[in-house]
Design a protein around this ligand. Sequence first.
Ligand SMILES: O=C(O)CCC(=O)C(=O)O
Length: 455
Amino acid sequence: MSGDSLAKMPECVTGEGRLGLLKALNRDEILEVLSQGFCQHCEPLLEERIQGVLNKRVSKTSGLYSSENDSESVIKSPDHEATRASNAIPPPNSVSSKQLARTSANSDMLLNDGLGGTSSAIDNGLSEEQKEQIRFSQVGRKKDFVHMEKINGKATNVLKGLELHTKVFNAEEQKKIVQCVYSLQRMGQKGQLRERTYSEPRKWMRGKGRVTIQFGCCYNYTVDKNGNPPGIMRDEEVDPLPPLFKQMIKRMVRWHILPPTCVPNSCIVNIYDESDCIPPHIDHHDFLRPFCTVSFLTESNILFGSSLKIVSPGEFSGPVSIPLPVGSVLILNGNGADIAKHCVPGVPGKRISITFRRMDDSKLPYKFSSDPELLGIKPLIFSPSAKSAPQGHHQRPVIHSSFVKAVVQQNQHQNDQRVRDKAEESAKTTKNDSFLAGKNDFPPLGRVNKSGSRQ
Ligand SMILES: O=C(O)CCC(=O)C(=O)O
């Protein structure tokens, strides 16, 4: 029986219903079925459904995508137990700035590629624009945080201005970024970064801080031993933003997470061991709003409230707790940045966060020069066929028939490659987890100076 005649058979004869009919259609006919004749309201619904099904398939075939709540996905491996149990980093004996540059260069390519580049399960002949549009449309965006408190006698939503963007960096990208952070940490330990860039907490006990690496400016958290007030130390020099971090910034501006009017030019990397924390604070106004924090390795909670209590070292309490999935970006703006304090209580496992902030022009370090790469970044605009969903109907921007076309092409390609990919993926998963090292590799304690000796 030919495909044509099968297509003409009624459902009760083929026994497969619409699926049987669809199978008999060629590519263009499928496109026609999927993109024509739907009303404005149903078209985006259909696209979201396809996207959902596709997501499931991609995670099954590649094993690369983590669900929003799958905080362990990055570190699941045969040596998983050993790596989870500690805040280990790879031994500080093999890194050179050349290697770091190489890592960063590979990662640049990865982050330029909307679908994570190296995964053959999803590298399927789509144009870069199509891939980026698909990834962009998959970002989850929560902007309706509410917690009412009486501030100066007035009922106020102290969370106004907070936004949580999820699935911004996929599992593969998270691994690259974590690798890069560990390389930077090793360089810091060896005194290969500028003196104020890298710092470890003086004491090692529960609730005592975290390792920090600062780029763009040196920030003083409290009045220091020389009497310098909190804020940007304009006469101190630290290293500039690493190339991979600039790629992250570009992504966040392109994907409508950060506004092009407030492109970060500094950041602080926080490396938390299990039960490390950051105490309640409001970020200094030497930094503009909004700013953001990106999460890696272990999902942890961040607390918000106009008043947060210190229960014991590393233990805080507050009215609102927001889980931060790995690969997510939390935007702090408005009341959420300026009225509510925030803190991260002792984390359940090792965690890395990168807080990106733009410095007030009048507070720039004296020797700071702006990076031309971070100038003129434009938010992504949709292709000519893209239109917006009707107001109030769907929150996410919707890309119409060109998107459906891309998804159909992606499906076809995946069908062809599925079997080959399975074998490749299992090999890749093992390889990608190898950067996580053993328990005894965690650096010795205390603040390190440039020469690598402890103070
Ligand atoms: O680790 C986090 O997500 C929060 C970091 C933070 O509050 C800060 O760097 O000021």
